[in-house]
Write a protein that binds this ligand. Structure first.
Ligand code: MG
Length: 238
């Protein structure tokens, strides 16, 4: 069957967030340490990791905005360090987010790949995260006009790997699962989700990590998105 639509994951597929967190944690610490000079960075960093793990599920499809979740996160970090201060949490989370975003990068091949695919295929986004943050990231790199539909878990209350979010996106694009390819980096959210929904799946494995036992696994494994430009010839070989 002819491929008609390509859907993308956002974080770590189109956007490189790998350099964002360490400087952001440091920036939020500096704000907190101005108010409480006895705070130690290592304790702050550790508390940040704990809070990140605690709040993991909330980030997937919470109706709360990302701004609210970040404020709550900073509040919990402060709380772990014996400080109950919502005002400071708001300031620390703002510093965190501004710094985080300033280190966000588009993977270098993305503009050329999208330019080549545009017009040939319907292009869409299926992303887990809060609406405000995911939309802001798309705007930052002028990506909103590239994709239709843009489906974000925080907006519909269902997150990957639930098949419902994939089916919703397919319906919005007016294509069947067999006519659609999903491109993503996460074995759990992207491969399991897209294959469960009956789509073709291209796994972007930039770090060249071995894939654990997944059945079904991805249809294609790629080192970067440029390999999408050969997708029709690779499809024909299968
Ligand atoms: Mg991802």
């Amino acid at each position: 069957m002819r491929l008609r639509a390509i859907f993308f994951d956002l974080d770590e597929t189109l956007l490189d967030t790998s350099g964002c967190r360490p400087p952001a944690v440091e920036a939020s610490f500096r704000v907190a340490a101005r108010a409480y000079p006895w705070l130690e960075f290592e304790a702050w960093r550790r508390a940040s990791e704990e809070v990140k793990a605690e709040m993991h599920d909330l980030w997937l499809n919470s109706p709360n905005s990302g701004a609210e979740l970040l404020r709550e996160g900073s509040y919990r970090i402060l709380k772990k360090l014996g400080i109950d201060d919502r005002e400071l949490a708001a300031q620390a989370s703002q510093a965190y987010y501004q710094t985080w975003v300033s280190h966000l990068k588009l993977f270098s091949e993305v503009p050329e790949v999208l330019a080549a695919l545009r017009g040939q295929y319907r292009l869409g986004i299926i992303s887990n995260g809060p609406s405000d943050l995911q939309r802001y990231k798309l705007k930052l790199f002028d990506l909103e006009r590239e994709f239709d539909p843009i489906v974000i878990s925080g907006e519909i209350g269902v997150a990957k790997p639930d098949q419902k979010i994939f089916r919703y996106a397919l319906e919005r694009a007016g294509v069947s699962p067999e006519e659609a390819l999903y491109v993503g980096d996460s074995p759990v959210y992207d491969i399991v989700g897209a294959k469960g929904a009956g789509m073709m799946m291209a796994w972007v494995n930039r770090a060249k990590t071995p894939l654990e036992n997944l059945d079904p696994g991805p249809d294609y494994t790629m080192n970067d998105l440029r390999e999408l430009l050969e997708i029709e010839s690779r499809k024909a070989q299968k």
